[in-house]
Design a protein. Structure first.
Length: 256
């Protein structure tokens, strides 16, 4: 494990060194600022509080959208996964909506919900909902039918089947959907800020690019990456908490 981290650090150091050397020599600095300039701009934005002020709004929008979309997606996935009739009725409509590029809906969301924080939350939740719903639905539909039949023969109610078999069996699928939806929640919030906002990291990126300030734009993008990594870490922590057997299995694989 230590060797992997050493190799990662070396790889990052080589990339940053080549980037530092090539910016301004191979690529005009107006198009790609140097890592040192980006770090300096990031430090300046963080020191005066500007970065954290904008990060707060983006975190609120992406976090609210992630929670709202996840809860509704998991609930809808469980309900439709247990109802074959409704699943067959709604399947083509859901697939059609899933295939639609969600960015195309952003201008309509501005018309419907305005340009405030609520619009970004709803837009992010819409994107997250579909990912979490489809994974939850797939997990519920892939639960062992034989196991459900055995429980029914033993007199288990539908509630007991759902809580004791369906939900635990679908956990892996649910958390896979949650991990996938983290960057998309940020995408929803950032796209909303790029279209209509005067605050947030998306607004910082848009303002910096209009001023040809690539260092400022990349500093804001780096802050977005840090937010995505932090939320991914929280999802992984929740996965280990609710599925401790996965951690044991992974530890055994690493030992082998």
């Amino acid at each position: 494990m230590k060797q992997i981290w050493v190799l990662r650090i070396l790889f990052a150091a080589v990339v940053l060194a080549l980037w530092e050397y090539g910016s301004g020599r191979v690529i005009p600095i107006m198009y790609l600022s140097t890592p040192s300039a980006i770090a300096a701009r990031f430090y300046d934005l963080a020191r005066d509080g500007t970065l954290f002020w904008h990060m707060g709004f983006t975190a609120l929008e992406a976090g609210g959208g992630f929670l709202l979309g996840s809860v509704t997606g998991i609930t809808a996935g469980l309900l439709l996964g247990r109802s074959k009739l409704w699943a067959e009725i709604l399947d083509p409509f859901l697939m059609g909506f899933y295939s639609l590029p969600k960015v195309a809906l952003a201008p309509l969301f501005v018309m419907w919900f305005g340009i405030g924080v609520s619009m970004k939350i709803i837009f992010a939740a819409t994107i997250v909902f579909l990912l979490v719903f489809l994974n939850t639905y797939s997990g519920v539909r892939n639960v062992s039918r034989e196991l459900i039949t055995v429980f029914r023969l033993m007199g288990a109610s539908e509630r007991q089947i759902v809580t004791m078999i369906v939900i635990p069996s679908a956990f892996t699928w649910v958390f896979a959907g949650l991990r996938l939806s983290v960057p998309y929640a940020l995408v929803g919030a950032i796209v909303g800020e790029l279209i209509a906002a005067n605050r947030g990291l998306g607004y910082l990126v848009e303002r910096a690019t209009t001023q040809f300030d690539t260092a400022g734009a990349l500093a804001a993008i780096f802050a977005i990456i840090l937010m995505a990594l932090a939320v991914n870490g929280l999802v992984k922590f929740a996965e280990r908490y609710f599925m401790p057997w996965r951690s044991v299995a992974e530890a055994r694989e690493l030992a082998v």
